[in-house]
Design a protein around this ligand. Structure first.
Ligand SMILES: C[S@@+](CC[C@H](N)C(=O)[O-])C[C@H]1O[C@@H](n2cnc3c(N)ncnc32)[C@H](O)[C@@H]1O
Length: 209
C-alpha cells in the first residue's frame, strides 16, 4: 500500500496517463487519415495490415473495438514492456493471410502494404489478398493514396526521386484504377496544407462476385 501511494509511483502514473492520452490522440488522427472514426469502427471486425508497433490495436482494444494487427515482423514490437498485452498480433505476409474469405468489415493500411510494393504485380497480389479477407461490401482503406511508381512505368527512368510528389500521386491514381477498377479515391481532412495529396486515401469497396 505504502509503495503504491509513494510520490514516485504517482509521478509514474501521471506520466503513463499523459503518454496514453498522446497515443490516443495520435491514433484518432491516424484513423481520420483513413476517413474513419471510432464510431464508424464500433462493432466492426478490422484488420490492420503492416501494423508496426500495434498502437492502433492497443487504443482500439481500450475502446472494445475488434482489431487484428498483422505485420511480417510483429516480434520486433510485441509486448513493449507489457503494454501490448492482449492485442491480437498475427505474423503474416500481406500476400498470404491466414484468414478465411469474407472475414473483416474493414481492412486498413497506413504507410504499409500495398503502398510499399516494388511492382504492379506485387501491388495487385497484396490488394487481391486484402480484398479476399474482406466481407462483401467491406472496405479496404489505404493511406496515403500513393504507390511506388518510379520502377513501374516504362516511360520513367526508374528513379522515383526525379518525379515530383504530385506527379507520383497522380500516376498512383491511374495505376490503382487500371489494376483495381472498382477503386474510388476519396479525400479526407486538411492536415497537410503544403502537400494536399497526402490527405488522400484509396477506398476500395469489395463488390458482389
Ligand atoms: C512504415 S511501417 C508503418 C507502420 C504503421 N502502420 C504506422 O503507420 O505507424 C510499415 C510496416 O509494414 C510492415 N510490412 C511491410 N511489408 C509487409 C508485408 N508484405 N506483409 C506484412 N507486413 C509488411 C513492416 O514490417 C512495417 O512494420
Amino acid at each position: 500500500m505504502e509503495i503504491e501511494n509513494s510520490p514516485h509511483n504517482l509521478k509514474e502514473e501521471n506520466k503513463d496517463d499523459t503518454e496514453n492520452k498522446k497515443m490516443e490522440s495520435e491514433i484518432t488522427e491516424y484513423i481520420k487519415n483513413l476517413g474513419l472514426s471510432w464510431d464508424a469502427l464500433s462493432g466492426k471486425k478490422i484488420l490492420e495490415i503492416g501494423s508496426g508497433m500495434g498502437d492502433f490495436g492497443l487504443v482500439a482494444k481500450k475502446k472494445n473495438i475488434d482489431v487484428v494487427s498483422v505485420d511480417r515482423f510483429p516480434e520486433l514490437y510485441k509486448d513493449r514492456g507489457g503494454i501490448n498485452k492482449g492485442i491480437k498480433f498475427v505474423k503474416a505476409e500481406a500476400e498470404k493471410l491466414p484468414f478465411a474469405d469474407n472475414s473483416f468489415d474493414y481492412v486498413v493500411s497506413s504507410g504499409a502494404p500495398p503502398t510499399l510494393s516494388e511492382s504492379k504485380e506485387e501491388y495487385l497480389a497484396q490488394s487481391k489478398e486484402l480484398l479476399r479477407v474482406l466481407k462483401v461490401g467491406g472496405e479496404l482503406r489505404i493511406f496515403p493514396a500513393l504507390v511506388r511508381i518510379g520502377k513501374w512505368d516504362s516511360n520513367d527512368d526508374g528513379d522515383e526521386r526525379y518525379l515530383s510528389d504530385e506527379k507520383i500521386s497522380e500516376m498512383s491514381k491511374n495505376v490503382v484504377k487500371e489494376i483495381l477498377p472498382d477503386a474510388q479515391v476519396q479525400k479526407n481532412g486538411n492536415q497537410f496544407e503544403s502537400r494536399p495529396w497526402f490527405e488522400e486515401y484509396f477506398l476500395i469497396k469489395k463488390p458482389l462476385d
